[in-house]
Design a protein around this ligand. Structure first.
Ligand code: HEC
Ligand code: HEC
Length: 432
């Protein structure tokens, strides 16, 4: 009974997506909802040749499970197993501070990343790159290798500094405790989204709409059933949910241990200041810096590091430019759809996927480093690759990476150096 009612309600939610802002009476209170992952459910529907009724059942049962595990956008909950076994990872008070209509996340992040963290806030479609959809559980700019989660510090740095060259701005005035609360909330939304993916994948193996003895992913009404078998079945459902949560949470709890340290930098070979780097390169005398840049160039063009393959021989971002990121491939490639054939995207776009865009390798002459322009930050990108994008980790030695860092930075035009323009601004205002 409950399932049926909720199922109808969910269907209405899906059908009325287009009316959210336009059709509501002004006096009705706005209740924030996590949006279901319709794109993924549809992928499984097509894959398994299921009916729309199956999709509705899958979304409803997953939504019930997620509600019991994680609560709502206004009242977050922590799954019991996370509270008991991973108390250090997420703090409920932090989540409460970030959640809710007046919370930090709604104030600073939701307009781009969406209340659900699905990367579909009201501004999302207008932005390039698109804001991150956290639900895939993959992040680009971090101190850990591809496949590992970012550390709390990685996320805090991004939230504090913003992401250069994108619309995600720095928030220098935010208190440290608020940044920490947002880190918790990003991890929370990500874990929720990753668990949702697991639940939908599990549904894809279940006959949820058989007329007799239909499989059930999660049906809380069985908990109080008169029938002992039903109560036992419910216990199994709860255990399965716990397994899924554990699978998702464990890698997060291992993030700090997988962080890769950046080896010490020799300032006389790899200067921190871009101005110093350019001054030394302009000088006539041969120098360790010049030699390092020359070695870096060789490596950049060479086959082993293969940077030029994508970034182009002159680092203008004009090498291989016809690839897509994993957030796109997640629903195109895996559903057997060609990302280049837009007509096939329509049913996915209708369910919330954003129009496909190719991913561009960076043009180093523009001096835009989303993950930060300091030598150590560029080192990290090259040593670890950029997860979710075509850029792999470079298979070269640490000394060689420093040489490449020097070469990459040498391409950046001096006038695009953020430190130069900041200094110019300061001297202007000092003169007034
Ligand atoms: C104006 C839009 C906008 C706002 C507001 C915004 N972001 Fe972002 N955010 C983006 C964009 C765009 C990206 C994608 C950058 C990319 O893919 O290179 C992004 C990426 C991210 C990432 C992923 C970084 C990675 O390594 O993959 C995180 C985490 C993130 N944002 C968190 C936040 C948080 C937390 C807030 C609120 C404090 C916030 N963002 C506010 C636009 C925004
Ligand atoms: C297979 C293609 C590919 C190869 C090979 C490749 N890159 Fe990239 N690289 C990319 C793409 C795509 C991006 C943009 C990623 C994004 O969305 O931020 C990128 C971004 C970057 C960035 C920008 C990071 C930032 O913070 O914005 C740097 C630096 C970089 N690459 C350096 C290199 C170097 C050095 C090499 C060789 C060791 C290399 N790349 C090899 C595709 C590639």
């Amino acid at each position: 009974m409950i399932i049926q009612n909720l199922s109808r309600c969910c269907l209405m939610l899906v059908v009325s997506v287009g009316c959210f802002s336009g059709c509501r009476e002004a006096s009705e209170p706005v209740v924030a909802k996590f949006e279901p992952n319709l794109v993924m459910a549809y992928r499984y529907q097509v894959d398994g040749e299921y009916s729309a009724k199956w999709t509705d059942a899958a979304l409803t049962q997953a939504d019930n499970a997620l509600g019991d595990l994680f609560g709502t956008p206004d009242e977050p909950k922590l799954p019991v197993i996370v509270q008991n076994d991973f108390g250090d990872l997420l703090n409920l008070e932090n989540l409460q501070k970030a959640a809710g209509p007046k919370g930090l996340y709604r104030e600073h992040c939701a307009k781009c990343h969406g209340i659900t963290g699905d990367g579909r806030g009201e501004l999302a479609a207008l932005l390039n790159p698109y804001p991150r959809d956290y639900r895939l559980g993959r992040f680009k700019f971090k101190s850990t290798p591809i496949g590992a989660k970012p550390t709390r510090k990685d996320l805090a740095t991004l939230i504090r500094n913003g992401i250069g060259g994108t619309q995600m701005v720095a928030l220098p005035k935010l208190a440290d405790a608020d940044v920490e609360a947002l880190v918790d909330y990003v991890i929370f939304l990500t874990i929720r989204g990753e668990v949702e993916r697991k639940l939908l994948r599990e549904c894809s193996e279940l006959d949820l709409v058989a007329t007799e003895d239909a499989d059930v992913l999660y049906d809380p009404s069985m908990k109080e059933s008169e029938d002992e078998d039903a109560r036992e079945y419910f216990e199994e459902q709860v255990e399965l949910l716990e397994d899924f949560v554990l699978d998702v949470v464990e890698p997060w709890s291992e993030a700090e241990d997988s962080a890769v340290e950046v080896p010490g930098r020799d300032e006389s070979v790899v200067p921190e200041s871009l101005i110093t780097l350019h001054d030394i390169l302009k000088a006539d005398a041969d120098s360790p810096v010049k030699q390092s840049v020359a070695r870096g160039r060789e490596l950049f063009l060479g086959e082993k590091a293969a940077c030029a393959k994508c970034h182009g021989k002159e680092g203008k971002g004009d090498g291989q430019t016809n690839d897509y990121d994993e957030w796109t491939k997640d629903w195109t490639k895996r559903a057997g759809i060609d990302p280049a054939v837009e007509a096939e995207h329509v049913p996915f776009i209708a369910r919330g996927a954003l129009p496909v865009r190719k991913v561009s390798p960076r043009n180093f002459h523009e001096g835009v480093f989303r993950g930060g322009g300091a030598p150590e930050q560029i080192y990290q990108r090259i040593a670890l690759g950029i997860e979710g994008t075509p850029m792999p980790a470079a298979a070269v030695t640490p000394e060689q990476i420093w040489d490449i860092v020097n070469y990459v930075r040498s391409m950046q035009e001096a006038e695009s150096d953020p430190t130069t323009s900041a200094m110019a601004d300061e001297s202007k205002s000092a003169g007034n």
